[in-house]
Design a protein around this ligand. Structure first.
Ligand code: ZN
Length: 494
């Protein structure tokens, strides 16, 4: 069989996925409210077409024809491996079930948006129950030999079982809990200047300026507004990001933009040779989050990053003209238990993730029912962070992931924190310290290093392979703990 046929087939699948993603983007950013049903139907049709192709007899034929073909180039070999994995995972899922699931989750997300706005968990509860039931049913079709949650984890992080995540998170918790505890006895740093009125228009201008500084290419992307920030598109030339603006505090949108910008830079630097293959995406969500969290926190919450560009802050927001860079730096690094994950500081952020990981796992083992989810959430918030959400919008309803059916996604964020610190340690050894690179505004060197070592490979390597190749070690929690200890002991004079 000529491999041109396989290339054409993959290209058609990519086109269908691209169209479905653009419809998703439209629904979440621009589409009128009443377009929900028609958009959901179109998205389901496009996704189901692509799904059908991934499990078709033709696909089965490609796999057996090319599997042992040594003449295939490396990209085709890796593509075929990925297609085979998808085929094996999806071949038993009935097409009808898949289509119902996509239609359901597209609507569920929109219902969640309203529920969150109206602080009404009960209106969302039946949708969430149904999403969980769908996921249980599908997981049984994918691999009935594994626990349901482990099957779901594999949608986002291939090959790292929940037991391993459990022990990594235990180590993380042991490392950060004493730091959070010590900081809680320190005087709160002054961030009064961060509250005020910050016009949306100026925040957008600032966001675009910052994206430019970090190296996100607006010619291959765009910045829009949505209820929950996200990155979507077709790498590398159309990678769109979104944010939301809080006119009372610039930090919220600023760090969302830098986070999504990190995701965007990853996708924009995937090798063009992977276009029209299933490999033109980030390898998995934990590596994706390692890049976004790296930009958001390790780079952009570093004082040296701000030194060369700090004047711009005062220029756009005169409130900051009379505050020093040091005060600004402290204001963006305040550690304190808070309700909203995406706005949380670097340290307590991990506790938000561990809480979600434990709850979603319990939802699938049967230890927790959706009707008890809100109470379980609030209890864990008290246990891990010592605070209780006054509303569900600030508690169990805050994130979009469960609404869109993404169970097993949350661990990616904390794994991303762990991997990010491993990558930075290696990068510093190879191209210079962060202090030097940031002070000299050499974000280009950082981007190139990430591109050469991580981004360009797209989905050609798994997360564990990438970490091995780049860092020459296994997953290691120590670098992130060392980073936290060194940064926060200075900031809080401990
Ligand atoms: Zn992210």
């Amino acid at each position: 069989m000529d491999d041109k046929i396989l290339r054409k087939y993959m290209s058609r699948m990519c086109d269908l996925n691209h169209a479905a993603e653009l419809m998703q983007w439209d629904l979440k950013t621009k589409a009128p409210k009443n377009a929900l049903d028609t958009h959901a139907a179109t998205i389901a049709t496009l996704s189901t077409e692509s799904f059908k192709m991934s499990v078709s007899d033709e696909m089965k034929g490609f796999i057996s024809a090319f599997e042992n073909d040594d003449k295939l180039d490396n990209i085709l070999k890796a593509s075929l491996k990925d297609l085979k994995r998808t085929y094996e995972r999806s071949k038993n899922i009935p097409e009808k079930l898949y289509k119902e699931y996509i239609t359901h989750t597209t609507k569920s997300e929109m219902v969640w948006e309203d529920a969150k706005r109206n602080n009404d968990f009960e209106s969302f509860r039946p949708y969430l129950e149904k999403t969980i039931a769908f996921n249980k049913e599908m997981a049984a079709y994918i691999d009935s030999s594994k626990s349901i949650y482990d099957v779901l984890l594999d949608n986002f992080e291939t090959g790292i079982p929940s037991d391993q995540i459990n022990s990594l998170f235990e180590e993380l918790k042991q490392g950060i809990a004493p730091l959070i505890e010590s900081i809680s006895h320190k005087e709160r740093m002054d961030d009064s200047k961060f509250y005020g009125h910050f016009e949306k228009r100026k925040q957008k201008e600032f966001a675009e300026y910052m994206l430019n500084v970090i190296g996100y290419d607006l010619k291959s992307g765009r910045l829009d507004e949505s209820e929950h920030p996200f990155t979507i598109g077709r790498a590398p030339y159309d990678v769109r990001i979104t944010t939301r603006y809080d006119e009372k505090d610039i930090r919220s949108s600023l760090f969302c933009v830098l986070h999504e910008g990190g995701h965007g830079i990853y996708e924009q630097n995937i090798s063009p040779a992977l276009i029209k293959t299933p490999l033109a995406v980030g390898t998995c969500m934990s590596i994706h989050e390692s890049q976004s969290r790296l930009y958001e926190n390790i780079l952009c919450k570093n004082i040296n990053f701000w030194e060369p560009i700090y004047d711009k802050v005062g220029e756009l927001f005169p409130q900051f003209k009379d505050i020093s860079l040091d005060t600004f730096y402290r204001g963006i690094n305040i550690v304190e238990p808070s309700l909203i994950r995406v706005d949380a500081d670097e340290l307590t952020y991990n506790m938000h993730i561990i809480l979600r990981f434990e709850l979603e796992k319990a939802l699938f083992t049967g230890d927790l029912q959706v009707k008890d989810l809100r109470e379980a959430w609030n209890e864990k918030m008290k246990e891990y962070l010592g605070i209780e959400p006054p509303t569900d919008a600030q508690g169990v309803l805050q994130d979009c992931h469960w609404a869109e059916g993404s169970f097993g996604y949350f661990p990616s964020y904390a794994l991303g924190n762990i991997y990010g610190a491993q990558f930075v340690t290696k990068m510093e050894a190879e191209v210079g310290t962060l202090e030097y690179l940031l002070k000299e505004q050499r974000l280009d060197i950082i981007k190139d290093w990430l591109k050469n070592n991580i981004h360009r490979f797209g989905k050609m390597k798994t997360s564990t392979q990438l970490i091995q190749d780049v860092c020459k070690t296994d997953i290691d929690v120590k670098p992130i703990i060392d980073y936290y200890k060194s940064k926060y002991s200075k900031l809080y004079s401990m």
